[in-house]
Write a protein that binds this ligand. Sequence first.
Ligand SMILES: *[C@@H]1O[C@H](CO)[C@@H](O)[C@H](O)[C@H]1NC(C)=O
Length: 312
Amino acid sequence: MKMNPWTLSVLLLLAGPLGADPGWHVEYPDSFCVVEGSTATIPCSFTHPAGLRVERVVWCPNHKFCSGTTPNVYDSSNVRADSRFLYLGDRVRNCTLKIIKTVKQDAATYRFRFETNGNKYNKYTGRKGVRVNVTNGEVVKVRSSVTDNVVKEGGQVTLTCTSACSFHQLDVHWYRNGHVLSETGPALHLSYLTNDDAGDYTCSLDSSWQKTSAPWSLVVVEDEEKSGWRVTVSVVSVLLAVILLLAGLVFAKRRHAQKKASEVIQKQEVDRKQEAVGASDEVSYATVHFKPSSSRSAPGPEHETVYSEVVR
Ligand SMILES: *[C@@H]1O[C@H](CO)[C@@H](O)[C@H](O)[C@H]1NC(C)=O
């Protein structure tokens, strides 16, 4: 018979918990973050097969079973080992543990064990445990993919927002010089770095006790190889500009000279024309009057000749 994958996975899901004895179970977070000096309440719940009565509950650090005389922080059948550890749970299903005024030495993986009234096999320890981290207040940190904070222009860097606590489903926000960036999530990838990317980076966790990390400074330096190229390119362009300028000057000068020459020629032509026009303009009138004499025989004052000339 051929089974479709969906049916198969449903069957596996059903078979899984059945096979692993669903009756015995302890549920707590993978890790838990506590700031030194503060009080932490570690949530915990447990189940066991029906018909059994819980007779003893134990919380112990760094031991796989919390069995026998293993040092513990809480034992319901003994005088409390450490008064800073309070059992807020019950003997039914709640195994919540409270740690008051946490100290650095409290950092450990704690496990919960419960023993029932059944035979000697009716005992159970939540093997996974809860890892308690104690931090000195620096809960949120920016870590970078580079060893120092100096990165070449055009390079890249990945910043991750880390926390002493696990924060997989928390919102992470990023800031540069206090201004929020559009990128969110535990990692911030910066590539093709320019000087604009330089600055102080911080990240924040919405549901963290200490919201914002200490700043991580990014310094972007010019790539020497690139800047070498840039120098070459700029020298070449300056040279080109100078050549073009000189060529332009020469061209302009030549044009100017040509213009001047043609102007001279034109002027000469105009002059010549004007000369010609002036010549025709120069009108001179010459009139000669001869007054006829009444008598030729009698020369005298009557014999007159008038010459007049008008020159304009
Ligand atoms: C377990 O007990 C604690 C402390 O009394 C309480 O805050 C928590 O809600 C309880 N958890 C459950 C699952 O009942």
